[in-house]
Design a protein around this ligand. Structure first.
Ligand SMILES: *Cc1c(COP(=O)(O)O)cnc(C)c1O
Length: 510
């Protein structure tokens, strides 16, 4: 079990002693000196900095200790279990990082002539083909930089499609189930549509009656998160798609959680028109690190003309890869240049190393791990699975601690803080909102059984402690976390009065 280290919070600025240095820079040559002078003279706006910044003056050893301690106060997938539902915080093979450090990947520039970067274009072309194959789509763009950005690209394609048929003024609504990811309604709204939310039925799936009532001539399309945020595979997909297609709406598959279905089923075979992937969940880039990411989008052949420009294409005559800008009906560019190449390269490496059989094994393990945990977690007193209790889940499931709140007044937040004390990252809490006191658990495919058992054992302890008549056991939960560098924070104060730099701290003290 990983325990964070706590240190006295001395800032590196406070360790500073005037004149101390931790590095040696050689003397500048005559040529370098004159170059530096030239540059100095050319800095023209008066406001630009001319004197040295206020940097801490410390020895090399102080710097090493400072950053090593910071890393020990941190928590990540390399230190422990991270079952953050909907985020797929799995272990990503280090080789995928390694390839991005190769000079062939680092020392290239997007303005270079395509003839000089044929290898990179080939990687983009092949990855797009593989993603198209995995999803059953006709063509894929790698441009979007995130999942939500992929959704944006998809919704702009929906707009263009209706515009091309002269019906955009009529097609104003996008239908979204309440079990969708939160970005779906936000995206539809941002793209100028009215979002029509429909409720789930008691199985946690789309309520077909509610869907039929919501669909009208105004329906431009539907966005479906599958597996949905309850970790459930939608039951009536063919019927849902037919209902939307009957009014000439397009169907969008939010495939952010592709690790649940890879090599098993394809959105294209189900009848979907547009799909997005999160390379920074399923394909070897960590999610949740604040970026960069990649959210490629695949479409059926009828929608290909609307894809962002340029597309990466191959000319069989010249045997050269090239950027194709000649798509008059394109929605335009959605990102500078051609996408986040380092993320594309990681995904390419990941798929190449695993192969098709390996990708199938990924999905099988992700689903097996989640079902193992779901089966055991719901037997623990105080916890329940409100949706899909008796059926299989996909790669994640949503536990509720509502009974514990009712019986003992201890909340999902208290429970998750206690997990931190036991060396585990808590699951996603209070999402999805259709489950009260939600704990959304995604174990991922890379965790061994021992780790899953360790997490389940903590839930058992929590149950024992909250129902205990010994005051100190209840308090252990209410006061957690104790053994960490940052204890419970004042969320409101942190939002209203953030201190984000040493300068802000100094101002605050003065
Ligand atoms: C993570 C996620 C998204 C959004 O992806 P970002 O890259 O964070 O924008 C969208 N839909 C689902 C289902 C997700 O899990």
């Amino acid at each position: 079990m990983f325990k964070q280290t706590t240190w006295e919070k001395t800032l590196i600025f406070e360790l500073s002693t005037s004149g101390r240095i931790g590095h040696q820079v050689g003397e500048l040559s005559g040529k370098e000196k004159s170059l530096l002078n030239q540059v100095k003279q050319r800095i023209s706006p008066k406001l630009l900095r001319r004197e040295l910044p206020d940097l801490p003056e410390v020895s090399e050893l102080s710097v090493i200790r400072h950053f090593t301690r910071l890393s020990q106060m941190n928590y990540g997938i390399d230190t422990g279990f991270y079952p953050l539902g909907s985020c797929t915080m799995k272990y990503n093979p280090k080789i995928c990082d390694l390839v991005t450090t190769f000079p062939e990947a680092q020392n290239i520039h997007p303005y270079q002539d395509p003839s000089t970067v044929q290898g990179s274009l080939q990687i983009m072309y092949k990855l797009a083909k593989w993603l198209a194959e995995l999803s059953g789509m006709s063509k894929v763009t790698l441009q979007p930089a995130a999942g939500a950005h992929g959704e944006y690209t998809g919704m702009m394609i929906v707009r263009k499609y209706h515009e091309s048929k002269g019906s955009l003024n009529k097609k104003t609504e996008i239908i979204i189930p309440d079990s969708a990811h939160g970005t779906n309604p936000a995206t539809a709204t941002m793209c100028g549509f009215k979002t029509v939310v429909i409720p789930s039925n008691e199985d946690g799936c789309v309520d077909l009656e509610a869907l039929r009532l919501a669909v009208t001539d105004k329906t431009a399309g539907l966005m479906l998160t599958n597996p949905n945020t309850l970790g459930i595979f939608e039951q009536n997909i063919e019927e849902i798609i037919n209902i939307i297609h009957e009014v000439d709406g397009l169907t969008y598959y939010d495939g952010a959680n592709f690790n649940a279905i890879m090599g098993k089923v394809r959105p294209g075979d189900m009848g979907f028109d547009i799909v997005h992937f999160n390379l920074h969940k399923t394909f070897a880039t960590p999610h949740g690190g604040g970026g960069p990411g990649a959210g490629p989008v695949g479409v059926i052949s009828r929608l290909e003309p609307f894809l962002p420009v340029p597309t990466v294409d191959f000319d069989p005559k010249t045997k050269l890869y090239f950027f194709q800008y000649d798509h008059p009906q394109s929605i335009g560019k959605v990102r500078s240049y051609f996408g986040n190449f380092s993320i594309i390269l990681r995904a390419y490496t990941y798929i190449l190393r695993l192969g098709y059989e390996g990708l199938i094994a990924v999905s099988e393990m992700a689903v097996l791990n989640a079902n193992y945990m779901k089966t055991l977690c719901q037997t623990i007193k105080g916890f329940s699975v409100p949706f899909g209790k008796d059926s299989f889940c996909m790669h994640e499931f949503v536990l509720s601690s509502q009974q514990i709140l009712k019986d003992t007044n201890i909340s999902a937040l208290d429970i998750s803080k206690f997990m931190i004390d036991r060396g585990f990252h808590p699951p996603t809490i209070y999402f999805p909102q259709i489950v009260p006191e939600a704990l959304m658990i995604e174990p991922t495919e890379t965790e061994p059984k021992k780790m899953l058992d360790g997490f389940i054992a903590i839930l058992r302890d929590i149950s024992k402690f909250v129902y205990s008549d010994q005051e100190d056991q209840r308090n252990q939960i209410l006061e957690a976390p104790c053994n960490v560098s940052v204890r419970r924070i004042d969320d409101v104060k942190a939002a209203r009065n953030p201190i984000l730099s040493y300068r802000m701290l100094k101002q605050q003290k003065e």
